[in-house]
Design a protein around this ligand. Structure first.
Ligand code: AGP
Length: 614
């Protein structure tokens, strides 16, 4: 996610902006910039790189008389690769306005075309730049800054946290929020805005939170809040009691827990611009995934490591169930040293959160050399794997700070769900059932409620088992990769030996492990029909050997309630969504076990966030 800081008041504006940006660095970014007034002009200084590089550039340009209002921005690229030009802030044509933005403007493509047809010249490949040209366009039509700002907001679709300043109106900072957080900091004869509380803490602990669809107008002595219709909104300030460390985690004790709770928002951002409920349409064509690219594909290889590999295994069930195209899923470290059968009719899909994993990159290069079509699913825009792919479908999960991958995994699975439904539309002319698309759109709010509810249940169970030495995870069909992922989460953050296994394999070995102090986590979903029944039999095999069972199973499963030592009910959903629902309690279970064992949850021993070496 991008970071925003804004200031209007009597302080030296640049030190305020730079200190605020430094406090937002933890969010992850690839470029940074500031804008401020100087002798009646707007001055923008921005770089691809770190805040440190920005400071260097500022000192090299030595602005003579920088004044507030000012805005600062750290960019996490979503549209337009990391570069000086794509860094924020962005000017309008006449350099009378400047904007910073966090979020995704879903309809920027159409807006940019419309504005260009009206003569606007764009300098970047970002979605953000349409905002400042839209405001300019309304001002060109004779509206004043405030009305022009409101009018522009009404044309925007998608997620935004916006700060905008005008050289004609230096007494204001215009602010707006929709789906991306904005916090207003209140001072004496000065006011601030930021994406997140840590940026404000050096200056004030008295804050106001904007809600979606609200606008704030900041001047030195007052903050006015309105809804999009211009009606005034009353909002009481709150006093922040967090210290900086907990503020960076949004009040959560660890980034891992924060990122588990961010999964609904990550899903929301990943859906933006790709699902149109009214037209019952899923569309990746704007991202280059055209029918021509896919129509002669006879086989798909999905290649990845770790958690991303598990997302690929889920995709195999989704794609083969719906599209009858054979799918091979490979660990990248194996793929690159075997002789995979690849030709020009092969689609190679690399899955990588970081986009830098050495084995996955090597696999991609091997497949490219053998003539395959190259598609990647990445979370980091402009990463090496993304740059070397013909088509990239970005998970919009925002920076994933914790070493253990959670929201990236969930959005990778979501991309594969959308990919499958999209190909069904392209090649089978099957528009997805409306109720499934409705469920997809509602997923973020359903998961937000589910995460909170299931967390308290899981926390109790973890208290019972956190001293075990081993744990077996069993699942079948589309829940088998989730058993693998649940086991990986537990072993990598709690250091408990955990093994994921296909439940049907019990008789072929693992059943020898079952003892009274060896719990088995079992995943079973009634939506899978006979598969559920078969998994129930496996559970009975475990029980008959006095093995304890921790069941993560459909909430209406009376059989498992009776059979299990601990039971976590999962709401019924569509088959394709099962992996997302079932992985969340397993992530929370691993988290709570690791915390109880006093492990370094965000930076587990021996692990790196991105394995860029073999
Ligand atoms: C996941 O929790 C691990 N941190 C690790 O397995 C990770 O998924 C793997 O290293 C692949 O990383 P990537 O997605 O960045 O390629």
């Amino acid at each position: 996610m991008c970071g925003i800081i804004g200031y209007i008041g009597e302080r030296q504006v640049l030190p305020v902006l730079l200190e605020g940006l430094r406090r937002l660095e933890y969010r992850g970014y690839d470029s940074a910039g500031v804008v401020f007034l100087e002798d009646g002009k707007i001055n923008i200084i921005k770089v691809k790189g770190r805040v440190f590089d920005l400071e260097e550039k500022i000192f090299s340009e030595l602005p003579k008389n920088p004044k507030s209002p000012g805005l600062g921005h750290t960019r996490w690229a979503t549209h337009g690769e990391p570069s000086d030009e794509n860094a924020h802030p962005h000017f309008d044509c006449k350099e009378m306005l400047a904007v910073v933005h966090n979020g995704i403007i879903e309809n920027y493509y159409e807006l940019k075309k419309e504005l260009q047809e009206r003569g606007h010249k764009f300098n970047s490949a970002t979605d953000t730049e349409v905002i400042v040209h839209l405001v300019e366009d309304f001002i060109n039509q004779g509206l004043d800054l405030k009305i022009a700002f409101f009018s522009a907001l009404k044309r925007l679709k998608g997620a935004y946290a916006i700060g905008l300043i005008s050289k004609e109106n230096p007494e204001f900072i215009m602010v707006a929020r929709n789906l991306s957080p904005v916090v207003i900091g209140l001072g004496e004869g000065e006011n601030f805005l930021a994406s997140d509380i840590p940026a404000l803490l050096p200056f004030t602990k008295k804050v106001l939170f904007l809600n979606d669809g609200e606008v704030a107008i900041l001047s030195k002595d007052k903050v006015e809040i309105f809804d999009l219709e211009g009606n005034r909104v009353k909002r009481d300030p709150v006093i922040i009691t967090w210290d900086l460390a907990s503020a960076e985690k949004g009040g959560f004790p660890h980034f891992l827990l924060k990122e588990i709770y961010e999964q609904p928002e990550a899903i929301k951002h990943t859906l933006l611009g790709r699902v149109d409920l009214d037209k019952r349409d899923i569309d990746f064509s704007k991202e280059g995934l055209e029918k021509e690219f896919l129509e002669d594909v006879e086989k798909i290889f999905i290649v990845a490591c770790g958690t991303s590999y598990h997302a690929g295994l889920v995709a195999k069930y989704l794609i083969e169930n719906n599209l009858k195209i054979p799918v091979e899923v490979d660990l990248a470290s194996e793929f690159r040293y075997r002789s995979p059968l690849i030709n020009s009719k092969t689609l190679f899909i690399a899955v990588s959160q970081s986009g830098e994993t050495a084995d996955t990159l090597a696999g991609l290069r091997l497949a490219k050399k053998m003539g395959a079509k190259i598609l990647s699913i990445c979370n980091v825009l402009g990463s090496t794997i993304a740059r070397e792919s013909e088509v990239v479908l970005y998970t919009q999960a925002g920076p994933e700070i914790s070493v253990a991958s959670t929201k990236a995994f969930v959005t990778q699975v979501l991309i594969f769900i959308l990919f499958t439904l999209y190909l069904k539309k392209l090649f089978y002319k099957e528009n997805e059932k409306r109720e499934k698309l409705e469920a997809l759109i509602k997923l973020p709010s359903v998961l937000e409620k589910f995460t909170k509810e299931v967390h308290s249940e899981v926390k109790k169970i973890a208290k019972k088992w956190y001293n075990v030495g081993n744990c077996l995870y069993l699942g079948r069909n589309i829940l088998y990769p989730i058993a693998l992922e649940g086991a990986l989460k537990l072993k990598e953050i709690s250091y408990i030996h955990a093994e994921g296994y296909a439940a049907g394999e019990m008789k072929h070995g693992p059943i020898a492990l079952i003892e009274e102090d060896f719990p088995t986590v079992i995943l079973a979903a009634k939506e899978t029909g006979i598969i559920y029944e078969k998994t129930l039999s496996n559970a009975e095999e475990v029980k008959s050997r006095r093995g304890p069972i921790i069941a993560f199973v459909s909430e209406n499963s009376e059989e498992f309630k009776k059979l299990s030592d601990d039971f976590v009910g999962i709401p019924l959903t569509f088959y394709e969504f099962l992996p997302i629902f079932y992985v969340i309690p397993l992530q929370l279970f691993a988290y709570e076990m690791a915390v109880l064992r006093g492990c370094d949850v965000d930076k587990p021993r021996n692990l790196a966030k991105s394995v860029t070496v073999e």
